[in-house]
Design a protein around this ligand. Structure first.
Ligand code: PEP
Length: 257
């Protein structure tokens, strides 16, 4: 059984002092818990990746980037390469977040290039997919999810289920306070697992961690984790406060009992 992942996506919302205070607030409590069944991940903005690794050294928290360049190196002002992330010792990076797709026109093809760049550099992508409200209301959720999986993972070799995570994040639930019900999320997670089975094999399909994201908070996390195909959360707003983040870790630990 894989670990439950509680991943916080901080977007562009936390600066230096705030991050220092957050790390201070969680580090000793996390070290005091038996974290065998839960993997905490936090994704700050680029300038704080290294700092956070230092602040949380010795704790079970893994630090992730929020994005990566599709280029290996060169004249790409403002971009950060997978090799640079890897040189920091990072293990994870979010890729294909719906905010990148919406505000920076990221296509499935571009997300695929970024994902390959991460994998080539030994970083595990947390691939985000999800439908808009218009697509859900129009009845095309399944089609959109399959198109995103086909587009982002075309000919991508996943030798080991641990090499990648998938985050199902319905766009209409991100930052809106409107969460998918456990059943709505489960239905899509099942579709993703069955696509993985058809494309790769049963072991990969069974073992890949599939996160749900979209207004997850302490109040709804237990219900989501009770679903058979939901292995954790990719959490924006509720991961910004240390007490809420710790509470969600405890809920995840409890769900493992
Ligand atoms: C996200 O940032 O991926 C996210 C799901 O945000 P929120 O939890 O705030 O909806």
């Amino acid at each position: 059984m894989s670990k439950i992942v509680i991943a916080g996506n901080w977007k562009m919302k936390k600066g230096l002092e705030d991050i220092r205070a957050f790390c201070k607030a969680i580090v000793s409590s996390l070290m005091a818990r038996d974290m065998a069944g839960v993997m905490p991940i936090l994704a700050p903005s680029y300038p704080f990746l290294d700092l956070m690794q230092g602040e949380l050294k010795g704790s079970p928290v893994k630090i992730a980037a929020q994005d990566v360049s599709s280029h290996p190196a060169g004249a790409f002002t403002g971009e950060v390469s997978a090799a640079m992330l890897s040189s920091l010792g990072l293990e994870y990076s979010i890729v294909g977040h719906s905010e990148r797709r919406a505000h920076h026109d990221e296509s499935n093809e571009l997300v695929r290039e970024k994902l390959l760049m991460l994998m080539d550099n030994g970083i595990k992508p947390i691939l985000c997919i999800g439908e808009t409200l218009l697509q859900r209301d129009g009845g095309s959720t399944k089609e959109v999810i399959l198109e995103q999986l086909d587009g982002c993972l075309r000919n991508v070799n996943i030798y080991n289920a641990e090499n990648i995570m998938i985050a199902y994040e319905p766009v209409w639930a991100i930052g809106t306070g409107r969460t998918a019900t456990g059943e709505q999320a489960q239905e899509v997670h099942r579709i993703i697992r069955s696509w993985l089975n058809n494309t790769y094999n049963q072991a990969i399909a069974d073992e890949i961690v599939i996160l749900y994201g979209g207004s997850v908070k302490p109040e709804n996390l237990a219900g989501l984790l009770a679903m058979p195909d939901i292995d954790g959360g990719l959490i924006g707003g509720a991961s910004l406060q240390a007490d809420k983040y710790l509470k969600m870790i405890d809920i995840a630990l409890e769900s493992r009992k």
